[in-house]
Design a protein around this ligand. Structure first.
Ligand SMILES: [Zn+2]
Length: 312
């Protein structure tokens, strides 16, 4: 953008956190302060090409908004779900949006005329929680997002490991209940098929033979002393503790930051989860289990931080 008032105005990063249903978008200062936020529907049902167009339009709109407010956009950061090749800037695969090898980083950089970084939604969320949130000042963190699915980011020294193929951290697909409920990936017994918010709601609904109930409602009924809800909740907590114990054997972290919808259950999740994890730990050190602090802003903040990292 040649009409940008280069060198004038406070610097901001254009940040987008693209989810299966909505996009959280913001202008973020380098210190992590959000100066402007907006939300847009993803419209995944329109197909991946239309979603890409929307992402580029929204990003361009945010950069324009920054300039008209007297700010200087210096970079763009985008977080997306699925398999992401951070180094190549490619959204490799996504089940809920349908991305297949979309070179989103270069498309956005070309449209905005700004250096752009593309990262995995949970990995950038983990980055934000580690630098600005519940995992601050901790060297080794596992950020675990438990919502409709389960995924994790292993953050060491403030940077999240990606794996050789962009697929590190798929904690939801650890096998915890062989022969158990079938996972979206096709295999029975994955952690995500037992302990995700959607799995908890599904399991309770199946056993109660009633109308569909959310995980939050199951938690509420369990707290009120309903036996079936209490059993479904405990089964989910036990399976999650199995998954976390495996993760601790692999990563030996100091702190596990639990985010996503399920973490909103607070003590009702954390008390039994800590107890169940403690039972499963032998010679490993028990990690500190804490709730995420940034809420659903984490993805946007993380995308901004990731973009700033890529400038260095
Ligand atoms: Zn699976």
């Amino acid at each position: 953008m040649t009409d940008a008032p280069a060198g004038r105005g406070e610097p901001v990063v254009v940040a987008l956190d693209v989810g299966g249903t909505g996009m959280k978008c913001a202008l973020v200062r380098p210190d992590g302060e959000v100066v402007h936020a907006e939300r847009h529907p993803t419209g995944a049902e329109r197909g991946p090409a239309a979603v890409v167009d929307t992402i580029l339009d929204v990003a361009e709109g945010l950069a324009g908004k920054a300039r008209s407010d007297g700010l200087t956009p210096i970079a763009c950061g985008i977080g997306v779900p699925g398999l992401v090749d951070d180094a190549a800037g490619v959204a490799v695969w996504s089940s809920n949006i349908g991305f297949r090898h979309v070179p989103l980083r270069d498309l956005a950089a070309a449209r905005l005329g700004l250096p752009t970084a593309l990262g995995h939604d949970v990995r950038v969320g983990g980055l934000a929680e580690t630098r600005l949130g519940a995992g601050r000042d901790v060297g080794h963190v596992l950020f675990v997002a438990v919502g409709t699915g389960i995924a994790a980011a292993h953050v060491v020294g403030g940077s999240a490991t990606t794996g050789a193929h962009g697929a590190a951290g798929e904690l939801g697909h650890i096998l915890v209940r062989p022969g158990g409920p079938r996972c979206g990936c096709g295999r029975p017994g994955c952690l995500e098929a037992v302990s995700s918010a959607s799995a908890i709601g599904r399991r309770y609904t199946e056993l109660a033979r009633g109308a569909l109930v959310t995980a939050a409602e199951v938690a509420g009924r369990a707290a009120a002393g309903e036996e079936l809800a209490g059993r479904v909740w405990q089964e989910a907590v036990d399976a999650l503790a199995d998954g976390l114990a495996t993760a601790q054997a692999l990563f030996d972290v100091e702190t596990m930051v639990i985010g996503g919808g399920l973490a909103r259950a607070g003590a009702q999740l954390f008390d039994p989860l800590r107890a169940a994890l403690r039972e499963r730990i032998t010679f490993h050190r028990e990690p500190r289990l804490v709730a995420a602090a940034l809420g659903d802003e984490a993805g946007c903040l993380g995308a901004a931080l990731f973009a700033l990292d890529s400038l260095e």
